[in-house]
Design a protein around this ligand. Structure first.
Ligand code: APR
Length: 256
């Protein structure tokens, strides 16, 4: 059996993560047989920008609830291994678990379920949430009306048809271009522009690796990868970490 691919400690590792990395916390995934969108297609349609403001109760319930489940469970072995390897992270996840595990360089492409923002076009009001359960802003420790301009508030999650945060996207592209090893973990690779990052990294000479317990069969998705590891990310990433010495994250040293 061919030995599992492992990045060399001298190689610059960059990680792109998706719902599969956080699934075991209870937040689950989006696609696949027990994915959120598969189980409740109506919810997926509420995730489009043009469904605002009527979709606000669904947004608070889904994203506020997801932030609570993630915060109650905490990071997974995969999150900790990535943090201890000191790898810059690009994530589609909105749960804040990479930062909770100690990752310092995290680009959040799809926003933050643990924060609220104002829906007012020019208003910059934002505030951290106290995630809870319920379909009102107040159930998650936020005002339903912006204290600055009076417009409705919403979870700071990027909806379908909305632009991604510019700073996060340009950082992600710069990381993809500079990577020696670009590891894509627990994502079905169906959502763009995140799904364009592995091909970009490969174009710039990176070795691309997909870690997915049930990898997408779409030849177009798989064509972007030099290696496909069809295993649990919580097995593979700690294994990678245990084979990297000297490259630990100085920030976490006391915790070993
Ligand atoms: N280890 C590795 N991979 C896993 C694991 C695991 N333990 N558990 C699940 N997976 C894989 C699944 O096989 C699947 O391919 O994670 C992937 C999750 O895919 P999706 O549910 O499509 O989630 P993701 O790709 O992150 O979705 C992208 O779509 O709905 C929007 O904004 C939302 O950020 C999200 C984006």
């Amino acid at each position: 059996m061919t030995p599992r691919f492992r990045p060399d400690p001298s190689q610059r590792l960059v990680v792109l993560s998706g719902a599969g990395l956080s699934a075991r916390t209870g937040v689950g995934t989006f696609r696949g047989p027990d994915g959120l969108w598969a189980l409740s297609p109506d919810l997926e349609s509420a995730m489009h920008a043009d469904a605002l403001p009527g979709s606000l109760p669904a947004l608070w319930r889904v994203w506020g609830g997801m932030a609570k489940v993630a915060a109650d469970h905490g990071p997974t072995p995969g999150h900790y291994a990535i943090a201890r390897m000191g790898a810059p992270v690009i994530t589609q996840n909105v749960d804040g678990l990479h930062q909770a595990a100690g990752s310092c360089d995290v680009s959040e492409l799809h926003g933050r379920a643990y924060a609220a923002v104002c829906t007012g076009p020019d208003c910059t009001w934002e505030a951290p949430l106290t995630p809870g359960e319920g379909d009102r802003a107040e159930d998650h420790g936020a005002p339903s009306r912006c204290p600055v301009c009076g417009s409705p508030t919403r979870p700071d999650v990027v909806l379908f048809d909305e632009m991604l945060p510019e700073a996060a996207l340009s950082r992600a592209q710069a990381l993809a271009i500079s990577a020696d090893v670009f590891a894509v973990v627990g994502t079905s690779g169906t959502v763009f522009p995140a799904a364009a990052l592995a091909p970009l990294a490969r174009e710039h000479g990176a070795t691309t690796v997909l870690i997915d317990i049930d990898p997408p069969r779409d030849p177009f998705v798989r064509a972007a990868f030099d290696h496909v590891i069809a295993e649990d990310a919580h097995q593979v990433l700690p294994d990678w970490e245990s084979h990297r010495d000297g490259a630990t994250n100085p920030f976490l040293e006391p915790f070993g």
